[in-house]
Design a protein around this ligand. Sequence first.
Ligand SMILES: *Cc1c(COP(=O)(O)O)cnc(C)c1O
Length: 427
Amino acid sequence: MDFSTRCLHAGYEPGNKGPRQIPIYQNTTWYFDSSQQMAELFDLQAAGYFYTRLGNPTNDAVAARLADLEGGVAAVLTSSGQAASFFSVFNICQAGDHLVAASHIYGGTYNLFAVTLPKMGIEVTFVDPTLPLEELKKAIRPTTKCVFGETLSNPSLQVLDIEKFAELAHGSGVPLIVDNTFPTPANCRPFEWGADIVVHSTTKYLDGHAAQLGGVVIDSGNFDWLAQADKFPGLTTPDDSYHGLVYAEQFGKGAYITKMVAQLLRDLGSTAAPQNAFLLGMNIESLPLRMQRHIESAQKIAEWLEGNAQVEWVRFPGLSADGENALAQKYFDHAGGSGVISFALAGSRDDAVTFMDALRVAKIATHVADARTCVLHPASTTHRQLSDEQLVDAGVSPTMVRISVGLEDADDLIADLQQALDAVAAA
Ligand SMILES: *Cc1c(COP(=O)(O)O)cnc(C)c1O
């Protein structure tokens, strides 16, 4: 069935007289008639629910919907996108291991990899993703357990060459994990290009209403763990905490996600709240319509900014002059990628502040991917402690503004931007 139909129906089939919408199972606990029935669940011998930290029907229905939309075989929701990124690598890496990550990734993921994983004994090498494959291969070590990248990077709007990264990973006998938060499966399906595992911050477009914080890890089922048994003992040797069960043998294509639930949700507890899963599942129903509108409006606004004398430069993959346009054409259904644009005003840091304060419809927020338009001026907020010179070194120009185009009428947004530019000219 078409993607739009699956957004409405995948993952949940109501029975006769059953609830039409995915129901919220707000309970933590399930009752049993016999100890034996519960023991089978504890031993992973039977499927079922006993405690929400390890499994909940609302969460599972929404995870199944997302697995279907990405073309994967299994998925698990987490309490945030950060938890999803962490789980995706920690499920197959332990102290002494190493991973290779593209340097153009979300700041939170960068901190996780650069600061927190090393504290746990996991080393990370960041690579410039634009380097040729032969150069990238130099980062691989015998201890490397995965390669990580972001399909459309937040906030730098660089497009990952997924096929090149899949070749890098598979040539080294390890899976490629990609964060597909910005394009969403409505606009890019990384499994079709060789990625093995996809993660999302569902906080962004998948929810799209700034109403819930969440994440998801989705497995394509394509990576053969047993063929690389020495590299992935956690999946291919007995788990002492489950009576010697071997995940890759017992669960086949479901091994990676089953291990994640059985060990990481059990021990670390970053479980999604069922109420949040419910909101996410409902909001996914309109994902294709929303993404189309976000991208079309962003394209119109980017073209308008490009032709404006008060604007120094515009970065949006949907512009034919954009350096990422060729990769965006290849990997995305709509080259724009998402509704996020970055641009720099001609003028000073103070001019950018005047511009931001004059906006009426677009609101200042650190968030992106919301139904309502959000703008951020890094030089006066997230990067405000840096001098103009330090900003340039950090790759952030003093007048750079990031705009996440919402679902408002595009002409209303253009009028809002115009009156803010007028305020700068009059200042
Ligand atoms: C926001 C974001 C994250 C982190 O997600 P949270 O839900 O905020 O924890 C990860 N990756 C990308 C690309 C993001 O934009």
